[in-house]
Write a protein that binds this ligand. Structure first.
Ligand code: PMP
Length: 455
């Protein structure tokens, strides 16, 4: 393939590409990084500069970039079969991966429905729950309950259960109405001044209970990001929250849809956040880490109870009429199988224990900085909330773009980071070494100090 120089690549990018979640007036014509290589936990640009990947290729990368074993599995698969279909056929890799996923999933999940991105994995869960209710004698159960600050993706159904105004508000006339419950954003709790989940008894759960009670006759399901609401600002749920939500779903006979798109595959220190909380959802959406960040792949797992509601004679129209062209793509499934082998070979989850502890110490130390209002951690996820005034938690005004400025400053320290508003995200590949994690946290600390010193 022809190798183009950096100037030409930047020009082609500016002239022809439209980037996601990007104000293109700021992007076009700027000296944007052109990534051409990945090496372990580093991204390498067209000029040969290396950047430690602090956000794991947008929360997907597990074993580092270009890990030999996964590369080999993909190459082997390309030479055998690149794609067929799951319409009227199956393929060896899709079948094998389905079995492996059910082996490692929380007990009770029994079936795998593939798609190719996180939004569709959630959207499929929503459609499944809706149709399940319809086919089990509850056609009146058509609504969903979800959380403020939730993010489940950008397709119309996934946006409908989302709760981030800046992303979703403009589309509101297009979306189906969803009941929104307060999320446990303790640092900015609207329900109590105390802001301590142990003392307040999780008032947000009481609100959820009240909402579920008053809507129980019409609710099909609840959608939740277990453990951490990612794009909403790395909002970490207090211990016991998820289990209590599961109990409420049982009490009101509502299907629980767990969106593990960001937290699945080891991110919380356990394979799945639901497993860590000791619960099994009725439906679980997976993507991102499923293929270790290599290829677009997603899966929606469910129980036999849900699956059985779709069982019947073809003419009964109980079939789940949903599917995508690349459903069960064998190359993506081969990458996922190779990734699961590496989890075992590298004893990845065990290796995370000291790294999670170290990340926790470094995050806690950051609280001494005058503009770090809150730090949040769940496993190998960190969120650092920058505030203009720590005393009364005054946020930096949006237009100051403090998060973006800190992340650009961090580039001088050889890091690639991507913020969520005023929150600096720490989300490195799980394979990051302790030494690299130190480099990452040193760089983040230096960048925060530099950018916030005069503000
Ligand atoms: N759910 C969660 C929890 C996510 O974090 C994301 C992506 N950040 C999605 C769904 C959507 O996934 P995708 O971008 O692959 O559609």
């Amino acid at each position: 393939m022809e190798e183009l120089d950096t100037a030409t690549l930047r020009k082609y990018d500016s002239d022809y590409l439209w980037h996601p979640f990007t104000q293109m007036s700021e992007w076009e014509g700027a000296d944007n990084l052109v990534i051409t290589k990945g090496e372990g936990c580093y991204l390498v640009d067209s000029e040969g500069n290396r950047y430690l990947d602090g956000v794991a290729a947008i929360w997907t990368n597990v074993h580092g970039h270009c890990r030999a074993e996964i590369n080999e599995a993909i190459k082997e698969q390309v030479d055998r079969l690149e794609h067929s279909t799951l319409l009227g056929l199956t393929n060896d890799r899709a079948a094998h991966l389905a079995k492996r996923l059910i082996d490692i999933a929380p007990p009770g999940l029994a079936k795998v429905f593939y798609s190719d991105n996180g939004s569709t994995a959630v959207e499929i869960g929503v459609k499944m729950a809706f149709q399940y209710q319809n086919q089990t004698g509850h056609p009146e159960r058509t609504k969903f309950i979800a959380f403020d600050n939730a993010y489940h993706g950008d397709t119309v159904g996934a946006m409908s259960v989302g709760g981030i105004d800046i992303y979703h508000e403009v589309y509101s006339p297009l979306l189906f109405p969803t009941i929104k419950a307060p999320c446990p954003y303790c640092y900015r709790c609207q329900l109590t001044e105390d802001r301590n989940p142990e003392r307040c008894g999780m008032l947000c759960l009481k609100d959820l209970e009240r909402l579920m009670e008053s809507h129980s006759h019409e609710l099909a399901g609840l959608v939740i990001e277990p453990a951490v609401q990612g794009a909403g600002g790395m909002i970490v749920q207090p211990p016991g929250f998820l289990k209590a939500v599961r109990e409420l779903c049982d009490r009101f006979d509502i299907l629980m849809i767990a969106d593990e798109v960001a937290v699945g595959f080891g991110r919380t220190g356990a394979m799945f956040a639901c497993e860590k909380a000791g619960i099994t959802p009725d439906i679980m959406a997976l993507s991102k880490g499923i293929s270790a960040g290599y290829l677009p792949l997603a899966a929606t797992l469910t129980t036999r109870k849900v699956y059985d509601a779709f069982w019947g004679n073809y003419a009964e129209l109980k079939t789940f009429f949903h599917g995508h062209t690349f459903t069960g793509n064998p190359i993506a499934c081969a990458a996922a199988l190779a990734s699961l082998e590496l989890f075992e070979k590298d004893r990845l989850l065990e290796a995370l224990v000291p790294k999670i502890a170290y990340l926790g110490e470094r995050l806690k130390d950051l609280l001494d900085l005058p503009h770090v209002g809150d730090v949040r951690q769940e496993g190998m996820i960190g969120g650092i909330e920058l505030v203009q005034d720590k005393k009364d938690r005054t946020p930096y005004p949006w237009k100051e773009r403090i998060g973006v400025r800190v992340c650009l400053e961090a580039r001088k320290h050889g890091l690639f980071l991507r913020p969520l508003g005023n929150i600096i995200v720490v989300f490195p590949p799980l394979a990051i070494s302790l030494e690299e994690l130190k480099i990452l946290m040193d760089g983040i600390e230096a960048a925060i100090r530099a950018i916030t010193k005069d503000n």
